[in-house]
Design a protein around this ligand. Structure first.
Ligand code: GLN
Length: 203
């Protein structure tokens, strides 16, 4: 099986690499269209979405990644990575839009959870996991579905925090910052990239 890729231009790359390796995956950090063409799935890390999109443009990654996503490559964007996948990106309380890959029918409001509390931890019920998952939120976006194609896998009071549209997964929290690989494993299992675990995502 081809390695799992982590886009390694900026942000929490090492954390995704670590958790994927702990699941037994072969992992490759990807920075170029050529490297992208050799992976079976890609994680877009958290970081700063404005910086990420400008680096992606500079490294000519944007069109290649968009094309691969449209052709069905499983891609999981966490926090800033989720913002990159959203079709609409807005800044909280400002009428400023931002460039993105514009693929998932989702409106992302940047820094939505950032003003009052820049980070917090909340226990999440996630469809497909049999016990709660520790959600770590850092200047997290609000992610609102814009069509019925988007499935909500987990929500908090203000809105959804884990969404899926076919091959595209978006989380406003950081599953890579825990020692719990269940969300990564769920994604990989759903796309046939890992054998379902016998302990069914309980640890
Ligand atoms: N607020 C950041 C952004 O808009 C995302 C923060 C994060 O990835 N933890 O890109």
């Amino acid at each position: 099986m081809s390695p799992v890729g982590v886009l390694a231009l900026q942000g929490g790359v090492a954390e995704h690499v670590r958790i994927l390796r702990s699941l037994g995956c072969t992992v490759r950090e990807v920075r170029t269209p050529e490297e992208l063409s050799h992976v079976s799935a890609v994680f877009l890390p958290g970081g700063e979405s404005t910086t990420l999109i400008s680096l992606m443009n500079r490294w000519s990654v944007t069109p290649a990644l968009r094309d691969l996503c449209r052709r069905g490559l499983p891609v999981f964007g966490t926090c800033a990575g989720a913002i990159l996948l959203a079709k609409e990106v807005l800044e909280k309380e400002h009428d400023i839009s931002q460039e993105s890959l514009a693929l998932a029918d989702v409106r992302a409001v940047r820094n939505y959870f950032g003003r009052q509390r820049s980070s917090f931890v909340q226990s999440l019920d996630i469809k497909g996991l049999s016990s709660p998952f520790k959600g770590i939120f850092i200047r997290a976006p609000l992610l609102n579905p814009l069509s019925e194609k988007v499935r909500v896998l987990s929500s908090v009071e203000d809105g959804p925090v884990l969404l899926r549209q076919d091959n595209l997964w978006l989380s406003s929290f950081h599953p890579e910052l825990t020692a719990d690989g269940r969300v990564h494993r769920l994604f990989l299992e759903e796309h046939g990239l890992m054998e379902p675990a016998t302990d069914r995502r309980d640890g």
